[in-house]
Every structure is written in structure tokens, then in C-alpha cells.
Design a protein around this ligand. Structure first.
Ligand code: S3P
Length: 169
């Protein structure tokens, strides 16, 4: 099979669901944030502080270019990765792109935003960022998932979509 790509706002559960999904399907998980951190030998906050966002975005684009041509992966992306048109286009060609559209207010109040440099300016800013990104996530996604009652349920839905038993939910 081609790849399954998870996109969505910071903290929406891409890494958690990606891990569960890769275990369920017996596929390898690639987490783009983890890959960048490993390669750089420093945290995302350190990269942003030392070089700024643009430089981090270039690292993301490099990772996506490198992954082009691979198959059988679950790819958990950083929240800003599909915003660049080149990245979004590549992701769509690489496999099924699933947008985890979790309510941003509930994400912000329940998930730790430590280590996420673009989520340090409070909830209003976070919600505004989500609204700004929404059309870009929509454009990049083949499928939208909106059930976040538990990560297992989110993953169940993704599996149903893969089997053709459900469409966007
Ligand atoms: C970002 C999301 C982060 C990380 C970086 C920027 C974003 O990943 O890539 O802090 O712009 O949304 P998560 O979505 O895993 O938090």
C-alpha cells in the first residue's frame, strides 16, 4: 500500500494516533518532527530560537522530498508541514492524507504546549492560527476525521476509511 499521512494542528494527536495506527497495520512510523530533532541533535524550540521558523520549514521540506517514493509508511507530520504548497502536493501524491480536525479550543486546554514555539502566545492566538490554516489543511487532505473521543476510536475510524467502510467522519 502507499502511505498514510496524518496532518493537523499542533497537539491534535498525530504522533499518538500515528503510533497506534502503525502498530495496528504493522507499518513503519515516521514522525517528521522526531526525524528532524534526531538529525539536528537539538529540540524544535532550540531550532526555532537559533535559526527561526523559515529554516525549520526548509528542514521539513527536505524530509518530505526524501520520503517521496517510499511506501508502506505511516507518516505523522509537524502541524505546519502541509502549509507549503510543495509539501502538500507531495503528501497527496505519497498516499492517503488524513486531517485530524480536532477542536482547537479543546486541544489547547487539554494538551501540553511546552516545546511548541508557535503555541506560546495564548489561546486566542492558537485559535486564530487554526482558522488561518483550516483551508490549507482542507486543501491538503483526502479525508477528515473529527472523532477524538479516544485515540483508539480515531484510529478505528481511519482503518474503516482505509477498508472503504467509511468516508470522511
Ligand atoms: C508546528 C508544529 C509542531 C512542530 C513545530 C511547528 C506548527 O509539531 O513541527 O513546533 O507550525 O504547527 P506538532 O504538530 O507535532 O506539535
Amino acid at each position: 500500500m502507499k502511505n498514510i499521512v496524518l496532518i493537523g494542528m499542533m497537539g491534535c494527536g498525530k504522533s499518538t494516533c500515528g503510533k497506534l495506527l502503525s502498530q495496528r497495520l504493522g507499518l513503519k512510523l515516521v514522525d517528521t518532527d522526531e526525524l528532524i530533532v534526531e538529525r539536528e541533535g537539538r529540540s524544535i524550540s532550540q531550532i526555532f530560537a537559533a535559526e527561526g521558523e523559515e529554516s525549520f520549514r526548509n528542514m521539513e521540506t527536505r524530509v518530505i522530498r526524501e520520503l517521496t517514493g517510499w511506501s508502506g509508511l505511516v507518516i505523522a507530520t509537524g502541524g505546519g508541514l502541509p502549509l507549503r504548497e510543495e509539501n502538500a502536493k507531495r503528501l497527496r501524491e505519497m498516499g492517503l492524507v488524513v486531517w485530524l480536525k480536532r477542536d482547537p479550543a479543546s486541544t489547547f486546554s487539554s494538551v501540553s504546549m511546552a516545546g511548541r514555539p508557535l503555541a506560546q502566545s495564548g489561546q486566542t492566538d492558537f485559535l486564530a492560527r487554526f482558522r488561518e490554516r483550516e483551508p490549507l489543511y482542507r486543501r491538503a487532505a483526502h479525508v477528515v476525521i473529527e472523532d477524538f473521543s479516544a485515540p483508539e476510536n480515531t484510529v478505528d475510524l481511519i482503518v474503516k476509511v482505509l477498508k472503504g467502510e467509511a468516508t470522511s467522519v
